[in-house]
Design a protein around this ligand. Structure first.
Ligand SMILES: Cc1cc2nc3c(=O)[nH]c(=O)nc-3n(C[C@H](O)[C@H](O)[C@H](O)COP(=O)(O)OP(=O)(O)OC[C@H]3O[C@@H](n4cnc5c(N)ncnc54)[C@H](O)[C@@H]3O)c2cc1C
Length: 351
C-alpha cells in the first residue's frame, strides 16, 4: 500500500500537543497492534492500518497535526473516528477540540450510516433467523470488512439516530430514543438488488431476536431501522487454520470458510446447544476437518480450542465466542508463544 492508494485525506491540529511526545505514543501503539510504519522523516510519521493511513505532521515551532488518509470518504470517516477514540483516552480535551480540514457537516448523519428496510425474515435451521435487508450504499461493504451494526430504536419511542459531532466523530444519542446497536455479520451481499443477508442466532432476551421474530410474525413497526458499517475484519488469508465459534460466530465462520485460499488445511470447531442438530448450513473446504461440540453434553468451545493449541502451532487461530472464553484463549495462546499476527480472537457476546 502507498499514499496513492488512499487519495482522500484530512488533517486536524492537536492544540498544545508536541510532535515528539505524540510520535512516541504512535510508535508504541503501532508496535502493540503490529502496524507498519511507512514514513518517519522530517516531522512526518505515517502508519499503515488495514483501512487507511494514520499519521502525525508538524511544522517548525507549531503544534502537532493529526493526519488520516483512506480510499474513500466512508473509510476516511472511520479513520477519524479511530484517531479520536485514541485521543479521548489520552487527552479528552484535545479530542473534543479537534476540527478536521474536510469532512461531513456536524449534525448530519454519519457517512457510514444507512437506513435499511427488512424485506424478509425466515427460519434457518433450528436456532437462526435469516434476514434479508434492503439498504443503500452497500458498495462500501465487501470482503475486507464483513460486519455491521444494527441501529435499532427502542419500541414505542421516537427514534434518535447517530450524527457527526463537531470533532468529526460519531455522536450516539443517549435519550429515551437511543438505539440498541449490536454487531452482526454480513452473510451475503447482492449489490445489484441492493440487499444484504444476515443470520440472527435466536437467544433468550435478545432485543434483535425479539424484533426479528415480531416482524416474521407480521409486526409492522420498526421495519425500517438503521445500519452502521461496514466494520471489523475481513476474510482470512492462511494456509493452515484452527478456527472455533459458537452460534454468534457461525455466520462469520461460514463466510470465511467458503472464501478460503486453495489448499488450506486445519480444523474448525463449532459449538451449539445440541451440536450439529442446530442444522446451520456451513460448507467446509476439503482440507479442513469440521467438529461439532454440544453444550448439552458439557463440551466447551474455549477448553477444546485451548487443548488443540500445541497441535496447531504455527497455524492461524480464529475464534469467535463468549468474551471471557476469548480472553482466556488469548492469554493461553500468548503464553504458549503464539504471535499476535497469527491470532484473530474476538469476544462476540458477553455472558
Ligand atoms: C464482530 C461480531 C459479529 C457478530 N455477528 C453475529 C451474527 O452474525 N449473528 C448473531 O446472531 N450474532 C452475532 N454477533 C453477536 C451479537 O452481536 C451479540 O450476541 C449481541 O448481544 C446480540 O444482541 P441482541 O440484541 O440479540 O442481545 P442483547 O439485547 O444485546 O442481549 C440480551 C441478553 O442476551 C445475552 N446474549 C447475547 N448473546 C448471547 C448468546 N449468543 N447466547 C446467549 N445469550 C446471549 C446477553 O448477555 C444479554 O444478557 C456478532 C458479534 C460481533 C462482535
Amino acid at each position: 500500500m502507498t499514499f496513492e492508494d488512499f487519495p482522500h485525506e484530512a488533517s486536524s491540529q492537536l492544540p498544545g500537543v508536541s510532535f515528539l511526545a505524540m510520535r512516541q505514543v504512535i510508535f508504541r501503539q503501532a508496535e502493540r497492534s503490529s502496524l507498519r510504519i511507512i514514513e518517519d522523516v522530517d516531522q512526518r510519521l505515517t502508519v499503515e492500518t488495514a483501512h487507511g493511513l494514520i499519521g502525525l505532521r508538524s511544522c517548525e515551532g507549531s503544534d502537532a497535526t493529526a493526519y488520516v488518509a483512506a480510499a474513500d470518504e466512508h473509510w476516511l470517516f472511520m479513520m477519524k473516528n479511530a484517531v479520536i477514540r485514541q485521543m479521548q483516552h489520552l487527552m479528552p480535551d484535545t479530542a473534543s477540540d479537534m476540527r478536521w480540514s474536510s469532512g461531513p457537516q456536524a449534525g448530519s448523519l454519519p457517512p457510514n450510516f444507512a437506513f435499511l428496510e427488512v424485506r424478509d425474515v425466515a427460519p434457518l435451521g433450528a436456532v437462526f433467523l435469516r434476514l434479508t435487508l434492503k439498504c443503500e450504499g452497500l458498495d462500501t461493504h465487501g470482503d475486507h470488512s464483513i460486519h455491521f451494526r444494527f441501529v435499532l430504536p427502542p419500541e414505542g419511542e421516537t427514534p434518535e439516530w447517530p450524527t457527526v459531532a463537531p470533532n468529526g466523530s460519531t455522536k450516539w444519542p443517549d435519550g429515551p430514543g437511543a438505539p440498541h446497536k449490536p454487531v452482526y455479520t454480513t452473510r451475503y451481499i447482492d449489490q445489484g438488488a441492493g440487499t444484504l443477508v444476515t443470520d440472527v442466532f435466536i437467544h433468550d432476551g435478545g432485543r434483535i431476536t425479539t424484533w426479528a421474530q415480531t416482524l416474521m410474525n407480521g409486526g409492522r413497526n420498526r421495519r425500517v431501522v438503521g445500519l452502521v458499517g461496514p466494520a471489523g475484519g475481513g476474510l482470512l488469508h492462511a494456509q493452515r487454520v484452527l478456527m472455533a465459534a459458537d452460534e454468534t460466530g457461525f455466520p462469520a465462520a461460514a463466510r470465511l470458510l467458503e472464501n478460503m485460499e486453495p489448499g488450506v488445511t486445519g480444523m474448525v470447531l463449532l459449538e451449539a446447544e445440541n451440536g450439529a442438530d442446530c442444522a446451520y448450513p456451513i460448507e467446509v473446504p476439503e482440507g479442513i476437518t469440521l467438529c461439532w461440540l454440544s453444550r448439552s453434553k458439557g463440551e466447551s468451545l474455549g477448553q477444546s480450542t485451548e487443548a488443540l493449541l500445541p497441535e496447531y502451532e504455527g497455524a492461524t487461530l480464529w475464534f469467535a465466542g463468549e468474551r471471557a472464553q476469548a480472553a482466556s484463549l488469548r492469554e493461553k495462546a500468548r503464553a504458549a508463544g503464539w504471535d499476535k499476527s497469527q491470532m484473530r480472537i474476538s469476544g462476540f457476546w458477553t455472558q
